[in-house]
Design a binder for this molecule. Structure first.
Ligand code: AMP
Length: 189
């Protein structure tokens, strides 16, 4: 089994790498951001609530995320999975760990793509014009980055300290191909 998690601040390139590796290994790519953006198109009450939270740059509630991920993993984990954007809080990582224990699975690789704020700012603002994502505006980026520092970084730190053998930090300032090569080399070991 290849159960892989990607961490990193918004704009670090975790979605890009998760997609590439998912194609290489033929594993389902579970991007919680993509799943939530699709839900927003449904235009019901939940969609309205999600749109408000996401366009402000804040995190969506753990309950919503945990139930989305559990239902996707249930139907989608024959050879493993790639999680992109989850877990983003300690309660989410606790939920995931309990869930995996229950189905006798574990995480095999964690890739934490690191990048500094100024490179990140340029990238996100570029993506904002290319993909017209509501949450890629500068003020929102600042909130998203704060959410990352205050909440999500504690999760990657938790894995780095508790499971150093499966935790790999990757330099996100490199070119996309170079990052993919580094990840692929680790996966081959
Ligand atoms: P992303 O595409 O991964 O950057 O996610 C876009 C937005 O979706 C985030 O800024 C959050 O508002 C929301 N989101 C995605 N994944 C999660 C998560 N695991 N926990 C809470 N909110 C999330």
């Amino acid at each position: 089994m290849n159960n892989i998690i990607f961490f990193g601040p918004p704009g670090a390139g975790k979605g890009t790498q998760a997609k590439i590796i998912s194609n290489h290994l033929n594993l389902p790519h579970l991007s919680t951001g993509d799943i939530l953006r699709k839900k927003i198109n449904e235009k019901d009450d939940l969609a309205k609530k999600l749109n408000e939270i996401m366009s402000s740059g804040k995190l969506v509630s753990d309950d919503i995320l945990n139930s989305i991920v559990a239902s996707r993993l249930e139907s989608n984990q024959e050879n493993g999975f790639i999680l992109d954007g989850y877990p983003r809080s300690l309660p989410q990582s606790e939920f995931l760990n309990n869930y995996l224990k229950r189905i006798s699975e574990k995480i095999n690789y964690i890739f934490d793509i690191q990048i500094n704020f100024s490179i990140l700012k340029d990238r996100i603002l570029k993506r904002s014009t290319e993909e017209s994502r509501e949450d890629d505006k500068f003020e929102v980026l600042e909130t998203r980055y704060k959410e990352y520092l205050n909440t999500t970084e504690n999760v990657s730190k938790f894995y780095r300290e508790s499971q150093p053998d499966i935790y790999f930090e990757i330099d996100g300032s490199l070119q996309i191909e170079e990052i993919t090569m580094k990840i692929t080399q680790i996966l081959k070991k």
